[in-house]
Ligand binder design. Structure first.
Ligand SMILES: Nc1ncnc2c1ncn2[C@@H]1O[C@H](COP(=O)(O)OP(=O)(O)OP(=O)(O)O)[C@@H](O)[C@H]1O
Length: 602
């Protein structure tokens, strides 16, 4: 294992971590209002929306009627002959309470389910869009951040989209309904109330603004700490071997301290707002009681009406406070949805072609290919590469680390489009081919094989829809994997052995051979080995190398091998030497040696 390189990688990742902490580079700004776009997601579930809103209307109107009924009951109590009316009013009260309870259930249930459906739709749409983004997108957006978009951020939208919208609407209906009834009970008392509403509204607006800013900062801080956790937990062996647990622990603590700090500010702001709200609320009640009480003394208002008035004022104060509370959730949802929609809308540059690549024979041409990575556009990684690979040829790409060998492979896989020049398969531009079909004709084995959680069989047949047991066995035999998979002492469950995080750990060489079998089962016309043996010990290397040699000897596939070791490439039809992104030499091994001898002699 190359610990130094790994350690350096972690350090580099850490440096870039700081850079990405604040912003996710998702490119273009979202179009239109995010909120309206969220509403459109709920519009897809019209029945639930209708049920929720109907429940909401009925509950809110019953809540508006209750203080009025209470006032009427108080007035009836003060009359000596009011028993019959009291019974009637009590009956109405009971009915209203029951209606209110039933429709509260309808509203809450419909909105909760609606929230879950929106979450389901958003999460799936986002994931589908993510996995079809250009590889370039993943160069500049860290997986930790993208995962938190998918998990915690979408849950924030769920809360914002169901609880808050429904509660805001409910309280708004209650507020307006109460205001109308207040006006009918006593317009002059209502005017007193109007004097307090503007300062109250200004405070709410100021609070909402500051809250919005802090919420955004909070989410970015959470994403940054998640990124640290995911990197450290994913690289535990390196962390342990360099004894950096303490350092990583304090790094994480620093990141979470930032989260805590912002959370603290949010808590202070929220509490301040609540206390000012309560203060203003009681001031209003006192004003109403004082002025309303004077009107009762002057016989211009009944005690029942004053009681209704006080209750309505309370309802309205609570409504404003509740709306502001739920506004927070909605603002968080809007802030989060802005990021989610920006990711969804980020354009895909690599356009798919329509040509079926199944009939490709394996002839590859690179014509004057120049390339800069989009995230490093000031550096030309490949410079005017001209290369011809014939069908069935074995070509080795050699050169110093960082010279551009793997970049050539990435262009052949069309992970990126070349900046200049053309890549042709069977004399047809790579852009003309359907990408999925093209990938089926190319088998790729990377330096560090990645297996997915699941069985060995699932891993070998990854990406292949139709296969027989014979296909699996053949692929395993060609990859030198058949023997160890069939060894009941090592793998009692054979192909059904679970691998991955919760399963059996495979050795590097075993993993690599499963990865080769996975590449071979597609029966690809082109096979690419990107330093497939460089991370292995000599025994595993021998096993993998003989699997590659076996494939080379069939002469049926075009094989591109990136390797450092001479033994791996000595039998190639062509060795291509790359230096600083340019081809400096190419030919058979013997030709290159002769050339070298000539240059030494001359
Ligand atoms: N996704 C990427 N984004 C930006 N730059 C990249 C990316 N991948 C590679 N590079 C850069 O491109 C250059 C060529 O890298 P490449 O991986 O092709 O080299 P290589 O010859 O395969 O090296 P090695 O033998 O070490 O694997 C390097 O400078 C590298 O830093």
């Amino acid at each position: 294992m190359n610990f130094d390189a790994d350690y350096q990688k972690i350090q580099e990742e850490k440096k870039s971590r700081t850079a990405i902490e604040s912003e996710i580079s998702i490119g273009n700004k979202p179009k239109g209002s995010n909120f309206m776009r969220l509403i459109r997601y709920s519009w897809k579930h019209k029945l639930l929306l209708f049920l929720g809103n109907f429940g909401l209307l009925v509950t809110s109107l019953s809540m508006v009627a209750l203080p009025y009924l209470t006032g009427q009951m108080i007035d009836t109590i003060t009359k000596s002959d009011g028993k019959e009316d009291l019974n009637k009013l009590t009956f109405y009260f009971i009915i209203l309470t029951i209606v209110s309870a039933v429709f509260t259930f309808v509203r809450a249930y419909a909105y909760n389910i609606l929230g879950e459906k929106i979450t389901f739709d958003l999460r799936n749409e986002l994931f589908q869009k993510l996995i079809t983004k250009d590889i370039e997108f993943f160069d500049s957006n860290r997986s930790g951040e993208l995962i938190s978009r998918l998990s915690s951020d979408i849950s924030v939208i769920n809360k914002g989209a169901n609880d808050s919208i429904s509660m805001i609407l409910k309280n708004a209906v209650q507020f307006i309904g109460s205001l109308i009834l207040l006006w009918f009970i006593s317009w002059n008392l209502t005017l007193v109330l109007f004097c307090v509403i503007p300062p109250f509204t200004i405070i709410v607006i100021l609070f909402v603004r500051s809250y919005k800013k802090l919420t955004k900062e909070y989410q970015q801080a959470v994403a940054a700490s998640t990124q640290i956790a995911s990197e450290v937990l994913g690289n535990m062996r390196i962390v342990r071997s360099f004894s950096t647990e303490e350092k990583e622990g304090s790094q994480y603590q620093n990141a979470t301290s930032t989260v805590y700090g912002i959370g603290n500010k949010i808590a202070i702001l929220g509490s301040q707002f609540m206390s000012i709200g309560i203060l203003l609320g009681y001031a209003v009640i006192l004003a109403i009681l004082y002025y309303g009480g004077s009107l009762v003394i002057e016989d211009k208002l009944t005690i029942g009406d004053l009681s209704s008035f006080v209750l309505y004022t309370l309802t309205m104060t609570i409504s404003i406070l509740a709306v502001s509370g739920f506004m927070n959730q909605m603002i968080s949802a809007a802030a989060v949805s802005e990021k989610i929609f920006s990711i969804m809308d980020h354009p895909v540059k690599i356009q798919n072609g329509s040509l079926d690549a199944q009939k490709i024979t394996g002839e590859i041409t690179l014509k004057n290919v120049t390339f800069q990575y989009p995230t490093k556009s000031n550096v030309t990684t490949l410079k005017s590469i001209d290369l011809e690979i014939k069908k069935g040829e074995v070509v080795a790409l050699v050169g110093q680390s960082g010279s551009g060998k793997s970049t050539i492979v990435q262009l052949l896989e069309r992970f990126y489009d070349s900046t200049e020049g053309q890549i042709l398969f069977d004399n047809i531009d790579i852009k003309e081919y359907n990408q999925q079909k093209l990938h089926q004709t190319i088998g790729f084995v990377a330096q560090e094989p990645t297996l997915f959680s699941g069985t060995l069989k699932e891993n070998i047949t990854y990406g292949v829809s139709a296969y027989s047991q014979e296909d699996i066995d053949n692929a395993m035999k060609l990859a030198n994997a058949y023997e160890f998979v069939s060894n009941k002492q090592i793998f009692p469950d054979g192909l059904d052995t679970i691998v991955g995080e919760r399963g059996v750990k495979l050795s590097g060489g075993q993993k690599q051979r499963i990865a080769i079998a996975r590449a071979l089962i597609k029966n690809p016309k082109i096979l690419i080995f990107d330093e497939a043996t460089s991370a292995l010990d000599s025994e595993s290397e021998f096993q993998v190398q003989s699997a590659i040699d076996g494939l080379v000897s069939t002469g049926q596939k075009t094989i591109i091998i990136i390797a450092h070791r001479l033994s791996t490439i000595i039998n190639s039809n062509k060795i291509v030497v790359i230096q600083n992104g340019e081809i400096v030499e190419q030919g058979r091994h013997q030709d290159l040696i002769e050339k070298k001898m000539e240059s030494i002699n001359s």
